[in-house]
Design a protein around this ligand. Structure first.
Ligand SMILES: NC(=O)c1ccc[n+]([C@@H]2O[C@H](COP(=O)([O-])OP(=O)(O)OC[C@H]3O[C@@H](n4cnc5c(N)ncnc54)[C@H](OP(=O)(O)O)[C@@H]3O)[C@@H](O)[C@H]2O)c1
Length: 287
């Protein structure tokens, strides 16, 4: 497995996104999700993205974090090199809704709960999930800085951030911002400026919903003919081409495709070995 860096930590160049295993539509059979996480580990994946808010309603908060902790504990070999990246700042009151709470009090309490669910002394990477318009951004990031200073989190990241928020967060964190996680896919390319800024700053950029999101991922090839054509030429899936295209954009890009089946994460992991030509990459920029 090829590797990249998040802060001081080496991780696989492709991560596993945990959301499809825990929100609406998740597998009924928990064993299928555990098998998916184990397939990711077998493929050499050492980055797993999760959030306290990957659950369905107030009765199962932290479903995904608990699942990941269980899968890591049940894996037959050493998992100490696996970076679990979680997030705080979103809430899910029920009925399919997503709410925000970026207050320092909430973030501190959320981090404590994530620590317990993950069963660790310090969270490897803690990401502020999304700016909360009700709370000044500097206050939310100040809470993340305090968690870092207290050693409750080992590294700090942000998500759904614009160019100026990346600058502000890095300043408040005293230059210790290690990652930015924004939406980026063939259908959603407007985070390209943030991707470039991260490359310039040497900060990891984690594209979320890289395949277009849970309900669109299987149609990627039919919705994006250019990706389908390159996939056919290489005899691989258009999803794999998409991930290879992202990896080629900058050495700081680390896609985190979601998965709830062993076969999809295996296919995604293989994208690290797919070499696309200069002409193919140029065509995909226009596709
Ligand atoms: N920071 C944020 O605000 C935010 C928002 C959304 C998501 N995220 C993170 O980003 C991760 C990825 O986003 P996402 O899960 O929403 O969407 P996605 O990665 O674009 O798509 C996920 C779906 O793609 C399918 N898939 C994965 N690899 C495939 C392959 N090689 N071939 C065919 N299908 C494939 C999976 O199907 P199966 O389920 O059948 O395996 C999965 O349900 C999430 O899991 C989460 O960790 C973060």
């Amino acid at each position: 497995m090829k590797t990249r860096r998040i802060g001081d930590t080496t991780v696989s160049a492709i991560g596993l996104g945990g959301m499809p295993m825990s929100i609406e539509g998740r597998p009924d059979d928990r064993r299928r999700s555990i098998a998916t996480i184990h397939a990711a580990l077998d493929a050499g994946i050492t980055l797993i993205d999760t959030a306290d808010a990957y659950h369905v309603d107030g009765t199962d908060i932290g479903h995904n974090e608990t699942l990941i902790a269980e899968a890591l504990a049940a894996y037959g070999s050493d998992t100490s090199d696996v970076l679990v990246a979680t997030k705080g700042g979103h809430t899910r009151p029920g009925g399919g809704s997503w709410d925000l709470d970026g207050s320092p009090d909430h973030l501190r309490a959320a981090c404590d709960e994530s620590l317990k669910r993950l069963g660790v002394a310090a969270i490897g990477l803690y990401q502020f999930h999304r700016p909360d318009p009700k709370v000044p951004y500097a206050e939310s990031i100040g809470a993340i800085r305090d968690l870092l200073d207290e050693g409750k989190i080992r590294m700090a990241g942000i998500s759904n951030a614009n160019l100026s928020q990346i600058e502000v967060a890095n300043e408040i964190l005293g230059g210790r911002l290690v990652s930015v996680q924004n939406e980026f896919s063939p259908a959603f390319r407007s985070s390209e400026p943030e991707l470039r800024q991260c490359a310039d700053m040497g900060i990891a950029f984690l594209p979320w919903s890289p395949l277009g999101g849970i309900s669109n991922a299987s149609d990627l090839g039919s919705q994006h003919a250019g990706f389908r054509d390159v996939a056919q030429a290489h005899g691989v899936s258009p999803q794999q081409v998409t991930l290879a295209w992202m990896l080629a954009k900058a050495p700081t890009v680390i896609p985190i495709p979601g998965s709830s089946r062993p076969e999809t994460i295996r296919d995604s992991a293989a994208a690290v070995d797919l070499e696309l030509t200069h002409d193919e990459l140029a065509a995909l920029e226009r596709a």
